[in-house]
Ligand binder design. Structure first.
Ligand code: WTA
Length: 634
């Protein structure tokens, strides 16, 4: 039975069923997978502990559904098309059969290194097919993968390795990103000095540069794979066994490890990919995200492979060798469905249509957007110049914690509206509440976006700290999952995501906590305290504005700013570097010592006309001083 929705009327029917009989709805989808043993119970849940269990006691391995299942009829079909960073290197293709063999070989390698079910394995890799192979090999042997984006610093990598207690690290000698080469192994080695939990390191050779290898800890990927068998029995997993951990920033403290389960995530990744993009078997699907983020997990690897699709993996960046690279690849590979982020669209829009015009883009059928609100101008540019007004834009709202797309148009089915993520997918029950938690039932309202019922892809816990999961998502409004996003529902019941209402910033589609960046800045020897807020940025969506109190006068301000930026790059990642830094005499604090970010946000936006009530501040005068300093700086 096809689970693909093909008309608006059918969407309404299916949606009704998914709300009225969620268990029947999701089990009819689960039926289409390979199970070693059927589940006993479809759903057990409460949003108080919280505890959510889908398909209890079902036994399966997700890689059988991603790979083995397709080998029967379609083993020669292309699973992965890999496009390298440089334009002179050839495209590489892996069929489902080849991918399955590589995954089995690497599963055997991991087992030989002592990896067992439940072990955590960290991946810090370039965007090469071996990253996908390693992810799937972990899943095949029941190890929990924790992919760390290869743009993170040694410190961030070390922290994540320690938090998850990873036993094995898989990395590469280096990576190519645009005109740059990054020596990944050197960063990995630095991270390894911060941890003692890693027993083995597997190094994939990508750049061919010389890297030190520590005997009996470091192994070359190629050497280990040489004699590995192409058969590897899948580990039988329980539905609720964790599949992966993915770190993401929250409003407090260090990034947390979002844990996803096996069966629920699988079903959700499959279903959302199939419907939102209206997958057809001849599709060439390209999601431009990095596998280091949730979008890459779900829509480069799991969603497409569960559907037996051909998925494109691109190693490079949108503006190398020039701003036409994406469009060149679409024509070259005849991409049919394309999924990218507003920040990329805005930067390519700024480069001008001269970079688009040489390309036909006639293979495209659906174009998507994810990761941040898409502004009206970018939406129309995307529609006109890339989709040529023929391709629906699917503006997909979701989060690392949701596992897959939650609110989005179904391509060719849901009428789109610029900047609106439109309607919830089947099984998704959003509600808007006011700050007291009262449900806003009508349309044409603005409120805080929550979910009142679990979907299969929901976060199960934050690794090693369930209380943090409860605190973060389930205590703001008891009985609801709180997303952290503000949202508008218009008169037609369409949802438009406004942005985060907590202390999480979204910089070029990357999630960063203000506290994380502040902690990094505070490491500078001359910094007493700092406060960081997001501000509107033409390309990045949000930029980072840092207000800094220093111990002594700053001599060379440019040098000081560079030191701060270097420090943040080193501690977190270059993506977290503040765009603007201003040294201030004090910060607007309440009498209880809490920084009033609302005021700093307004100042950073340049909107000082209406700062609201500042009389509760310990020292209201500081606000004027800050405003004046910023004006001088301009
Ligand atoms: C934001 C990315 C508006 C939102 C998949 C969310 C969006 C956060 C959209 C999650 C969208 C994501 N429109 N905002 N279509 N998609 N967001 O965990 O603020 O990296 O809470 O997951 O990105 O970011 P994350």
């Amino acid at each position: 039975m096809s689970h693909k929705i093909s008309s608006l009327e059918q969407y309404r029917e299916v949606y009704q069923k998914s709300v009225q009989q969620p268990e029947a709805f999701w089990s009819s989808i689960a039926e289409s997978f390979e199970w070693e043993k059927r589940w006993d119970n479809v759903l057990k849940w409460n949003f108080i502990s919280p505890e959510v269990k889908w398909f209890s006691n079902g036994k399966l391995n997700i890689t059988e559904n991603c790979l083995d299942r397709h080998l029967v009829l379609d083993s020669d079909k292309t699973a992965i098309i890999w496009e390298p960073n440089g334009i002179n290197e050839p495209t590489r293709k892996l069929s489902y059969k080849e991918l399955a063999e590589e995954v089995n070989k690497f599963s055997n390698v991991l087992r030989d290194l002592g990896a067992e079910k439940g072990d955590r394995i960290c991946l810090y890799m370039p965007m090469v097919p071996e990253l996908t192979i390693a992810v799937l090999a972990c899943a095949r042997i029941g190890a929990i993968h924790s992919v760390v984006f290869a743009g993170f610093s040694a410190q961030s990598l070390g922290d994540r390795i320690n938090d998850a207690g990873c036993k094995i690290l898989i990395t590469a000698d280096g990576l190519f990103r645009g005109s740059k080469t990054v020596n990944l192994k050197a960063i990995a080695d630095e991270a390894l000095e911060l941890t003692s939990v890693i027993k083995s390191v597997v190094v994939f050779k990508r750049t061919g540069e010389d890297v030190p290898m520590l005997p009996s800890r470091d192994y070359w990927w190629g050497d280990l794979m040489e004699d590995a068998s192409i058969e590897a029995a899948p580990e039988i997993m329980d539905s609720e066994d964790p599949l992966f951990i993915l770190y993401t920033s929250g409003s407090t403290g260090k990034p947390k490890g979002v844990v996803h389960s096996t069966a629920g995530y699988m079903i959700y990744a499959y279903y959302t990919f199939l419907n939102v993009f209206q997958y057809e078997s001849e599709d060439i699907f390209w999601c431009t995200a990095d596998v280091g983020w949730i979008t890459g997990h779900t829509y480069i690897i799991y969603g497409p492979l569960l559907n037996g699709a051909t998925t494109v993996m691109f190693e490079g960046v949108p503006n190398f060798p020039d701003a036409g690279r994406f469009w060149a690849i679409i024509d070259k590979l005849q991409v049919t469905k394309f999924y990218t982020a507003p920040t990329a669209i805005r930067s390519l829009m700024a480069a001008g249509t001269d970079f688009v015009n040489p390309y036909k883009l006639s293979s495209l059928k659906v174009i998507g957007s994810v990761g941040e609100p898409i502004n009206e101008e970018a939406w129309h540019w995307y529609d006109e110049h890339i989709g040529k007004k023929r391709c629906p834009i699917v503006d997909t709202w979701w989060q690392t914690e949701t596992g897959g797309i939650m609110i989005a148009p179904i391509a060719h089915v849901t009428p789109t509206k610029p900047t609106f993520a439109t309607l919830p997918l089947p099984g998704v029950q959003p509600i808007l509440v006011d700050s007291e938690g009262n449900e806003l039932k009508e349309n044409d309202v603005e409120g805080l976006l929550c979910m009142k019922f679990p979907w299969p892809g929901i976060i199960r816990t934050t690794y090693g700290d369930h209380e943090r999961c409860r605190q973060n998502y389930f205590t703001t409004f008891p009985g609801l999952y709180f997303t952290g996003d503000g949202c508008r529902r218009d008169k037609d019941g369409y949802y438009r995501i406004i942005g985060r209402v907590d202390d999480v910033m979204n910089v070029s589609g990357h999630r960063l906590g203000t506290a994380e960046v502040e902690n990094a800045i505070d490491e500078h020897k001359n910094v007493i305290e700092s406060a960081v807020v997001g501000f509107p940025h033409e390309i990045k969506g949000q930029g980072i504005f840092a207000f800094v109190i220093t111990e002594s006068l700053i001599g060379d301000i440019t040098q000081f700013e560079n030191e701060i930026r270097d420090l943040v790059s080193k501690i977190i990642s270059p993506i977290a570097k503040p765009d603007k830094i201003v040294v201030v005499p004090g910060l607007p604090k309440t009498r209880s010592g809490k920084i009033m970010r609302r005021i700093l946000r307004k100042i950073a936006e340049g909107d000082t006309s209406n700062l609201g009530d500042i009389t509760t501040l310990l020292d209201p005068g500081v606000v004027d001083e800050i405003i004046q300093l910023i004006q001088i700086k301009k």
